[in-house]
Design a protein around this ligand. Structure first.
Ligand SMILES: Cc1cc2nc3c(=O)[nH]c(=O)nc-3n(C[C@H](O)[C@H](O)[C@H](O)COP(=O)(O)O)c2cc1C
Length: 355
């Protein structure tokens, strides 16, 4: 069982509330978090990419540090954790992204992976003149497939000739090649998104409560087995732990009471445009009423592991046992303190860590 941290490189991290910590993203903060994660024995750190935030009272994600350049700096600050930058595939040519990964791979001594973001939010890309039209909602994984095939060929051979539906590359060169195989993660939870990860990825990030995880993880394993591949599932959770169950519950209730309604409305407006069925956008549209353990919209639909340090450890073991996931990607209201508490008070209690 692996553990990673979802770095808060956008304003206010992953919580849409005026009563959770309010902060602009900074390198210093993300450095402190990643160094603490490495010290506490976590396995990886992933930063996201957002080109347009959702505003509201807290200015949710209005500022976002660029993912590759941030990870390049963090590569110098760490020596063990794997680093996953995110590429918004509409924003960058695959040969440019492949070269950036190879560069971070070199800086970090072979610790760079890549998170493929197909892009579900039209205004984010339209503002830069990069939205190809609304047919992209349904075509995005076809585009991602070609994109990733090109990158993989470049990493393997240093050159590729490719003529496809979206890219025409006559003898494209990209050196150096990475010294290590680059692990690919994706967060496709729609059926088409999962098929993409099964075909070309190494791990799928899933945002689902403990019950749903089991089904989704099994589906992915089947898809990948049919293709002769082995692809794992990482589940995304927010962790709110305290000395007692009641104290953790109070913290979560307070965050919900401070819901940033303006920002939530803007997230929903964007998600309602997405026509790709059964995926993240659909889950967001139904997320305001859900209990925090099942993924309330105040936490971007991400389920919360909630309770005393002991209860949280028990819940993580239960999730690991019942769902069979390979790892958890964690976020926190207060990241540095949250990771320290996770490492010192929760990890030593975990049975699943040995898996
Ligand atoms: C762990 C994780 C990381 C993500 N990173 C990004 C990101 O960096 N930028 C972004 O726009 N969306 C990001 N997303 C959102 C998904 O990439 C997005 O919702 C995806 O389009 C889902 O596809 P689906 O329709 O197949 O569910 C992330 C989601 C998860 C769970």
């Amino acid at each position: 069982m692996k553990f990673g941290v979802f770095l808060p490189n956008g304003t206010n991290g992953y919580i849409l509330s005026t009563r959770s910590p309010q902060y602009p993203p900074t390198y210093e903060h993300n450095r402190a978090i990643t160094v603490e994660a490495e010290r506490q024995g976590l396995d990886f750190a992933l930063s996201m990419i957002k080109f347009r935030g959702f505003g509201g009272e807290g200015g949710y994600w209005d500022a976002c540090l660029e993912s590759f350049t941030l990870m390049a700096a963090l590569a110098r600050d760490t020596s063990r954790v794997e680093l996953f930058p995110s590429v918004g595939i509409l924003s960058m040519h695959p040969a440019v992204a492949a070269r950036m990964v190879a560069t971070i791979d070199d800086i970090s001594g072979g610790r760079c992976g890549l998170n493929i973001v197909t892009g579900w939010n039209r205004p984010e890309y339209q503002q830069m003149g990069l939205w190809p039209g609304d047919q992209y909602y349904d075509q995005r994984y076809d585009y991602a497939t070609e994109y990733l095939q090109i990158m993989k060929a470049l990493w393997r051979d240093g050159h590729v000739s490719h003529r496809g539906k979206f890219f025409d590359l006559p003898d494209c060169r990209c050196l150096p090649t990475p010294r290590h195989e680059v692990p690919i993660v994706c967060a496709g939870s729609s059926p088409r998104g999962m098929r993409f990860t099964a075909e070309l990825g190494d791990h799928n990030f899933v945002t689902a409560d403990a019950e749903k995880l089991k089904t989704i993880g099994a589906q992915l394993k089947n898809h990948s087995r049919e293709r002769g591949r082995k692809v794992g599932t990482y589940a995304q959770f927010v962790l709110i732990a305290a000395d007692t169950d009641a104290a953790a519950r109070r913290q979560a209730d307070d965050i919900i009471a401070g819901a940033d309604i303006g920002a939530i409305r803007n997230v929903l407006a964007s998600a309602s445009l997405d026509t790709n069925p059964g995926g993240t956008s659909e889950a967001l549209r139904t997320g305001m009423e859900r209990p925090v353990e099942l993924g309330n919209l105040v936490f971007m639909g991400t389920p919360v592991i909630l309770g005393s340090y002991e209860s949280a450890a028990r819940e993580i073991d239960r999730i690991a046992e019942e769902s069979g996931v390979d790892g958890l990607l964690l976020s926190f209201p207060d990241f540095v303190a949250g990771i320290r508490d996770f490492g010192e008070k929760i990890m030593p209690r975990l049975r699943c860590r040995a898996r």
